[in-house]
Design a protein around this ligand. Sequence first.
Ligand code: NI
Length: 258
Amino acid sequence: MELFDTHCHLDDEKFDPDREEAFQRLRDRGVARIVCVGSDLPTSESSIRFAQAHEHTWAACGVHPHEAAEAPEGYLDRLRELTREDRVVAIGEIGLDYYYDFSPRDVQKRVLSEQLDLACDLDMPVIFHIRDAHGDMIDLFRSRKRLPRGIIHCFSGSQETALEYVRMGFYISFSGPLTFKKAPNLQAAAQAVPLDRLLVETDSPYLSPEPVRGGRNEPANVFYVCQKLAELRGLPMEEMARITTENGCRIYGIPLEA
Ligand code: NI
């Protein structure tokens, strides 16, 4: 069985004490592929360096809505350069976060739109972070002439919202909260998304799933997310691992043999 953690942050400082051990543990758990995701220019670069130094590991580069207000002059040119590096498969994570509102909303929208234009120019998939902002995000998608391919990462929302994103062509990625006991809406969404649009991820070091909830999360734990998704869809774990791996390789443009 091969699993694909389509979104993690192994470059995060919380992995400083045992990064290589965490990498070995994910391999031991059957996680054959991972994508390390940036949230500003420095973490984009560290994600790329980590990916380049490890087999079957890829990276994404982008400016997260939390960091939008801090995006330096010329950040788009630097991002464009980074996308040319070996192992870079996506722009992300980018989006809107109205839960924390760390950057003013108009700045979040501007930085998002600029990066969406870049993704369309380069024909690269996008990893979207959307928190408490589905209405504005869907409006923004509808108002644009060009939409990139992409992933709604760490999906949090209703079944109806998930299906709206699916109709727009996006993939829906589930993480630790899918396994929580009090997540009926999320679980209903996971049951409705077409099988060929489902992804699993950890977003580690954040959001550890049951039964390891509360501790630092790591990519090995994508096992539990996939197990829950298999249960919700009434499929064997091996089958769900195969489906989510194929979907992950398709959206990121990674050959299945890689
Ligand atoms: Ni993330």
